[in-house]
Design a protein around this ligand. Structure first.
Ligand code: PGA
Length: 240
């Protein structure tokens, strides 16, 4: 089964989170092992008997200290987070996160015991040159990084133009781009990393996307807010 990850973004409410968790908990334990939802920070104290993995949408590069508004990866681990999203295009855009910050956050996350899901992707203007753009975004990772960092890395390929737009790349484009990412990482760090696709994944296109051989899973925004739809995608993923 491939990974099925959900990104709540700045959505959801504490009123409804209990029902959401109960609904996802109905999936079988082997499916829940591969499901992770990235919730807003305040949710972590209210997840109750949550049987699937969960994570945060960002973390600080620092362990503690004078960083008003930021959240320590160590605290996230204490909240039982397994994963953390890093460098989502919305963070790059609204918080001007650059490669240096994204690398620092990735290292801090791994040191705290979290698995970082580092997001990369091109804008519509960059689509034709996407390999160059993605190469540049990936160039933050080098063999100089500690092995534990490279061993835990997951890359989410999310074309910025596909996020929330209902428009997705062709199957061939996703396959080719994932192959590029995998080969690039093998060349640079000498090992295969898991690659996810994100951007307008829903129950209708999930079969086609999850069927792409060299893809390790999906990162889902809007459709992850609806437990019935999200569960359908998880069930589809079980086939692969
Ligand atoms: P979307 O978002 O599925 O709503 O397009 C994906 C994401 O931003 O991670």
């Amino acid at each position: 089964m491939k990974f099925v990850f959900g990104n709540f973004k700045m959505n959801g409410s504490l009123n409804k989170i209990g029902d959401y968790v109960d609904s996802l908990n109905e999936l079988s334990p082997d499916i829940l092992e591969k499901v992770c939802v990235f919730f807003p920070f305040p949710f972590f104290g209210f997840l109750g008997d949550c049987r699937f993995k969960y994570g945060a949408q960002d973390c600080s590069f620092a362990e503690s200290g004078a960083y008003t508004g930021d959240t320590s990866p160590i605290l996230l681990k204490e909240c039982n987070c397994d994963y953390v999203l890093i460098g989502h295009s919305e963070r790059r855009k609204h918080h001007h996160e650059d490669g240096k910050t994204i690398l620092q956050k990735t290292v801090a996350a791994v040191k705290a015991g979290l698995k970082p899901v580092v997001c990369i992707g091109e804008t519509i203007e960059e689509k034709e040159n996407r390999f160059e753009v993605l190469r540049h975004q990936l160039s933050i990772f080098t063999p100089r990084e500690e092995k534990v960092v490279l061993d835990n890395l997951i890359i989410a390929y999310e074309p910025v133009w596909a996020i929330g737009s209902g428009v997705i790349p062709t199957k061939e484009e996703i396959r080719g781009t994932c192959e590029f990412i995998s080969e690039d990482m093998i060349k640079v760090i000498g090992k295969k990393v898991s690659v996810l696709y994100g951007g307008s994944v829903n129950e209708t296109n999930a079969t086609e996307i999850l069927g792409i051989e060299n893809l390790d899973g999906v990162l889902i925004g809007k459709a992850s807010l609806y437990p019935t739809e999200f569960k359908k995608i998880a069930l589809i993923s079980q086939e692969y």
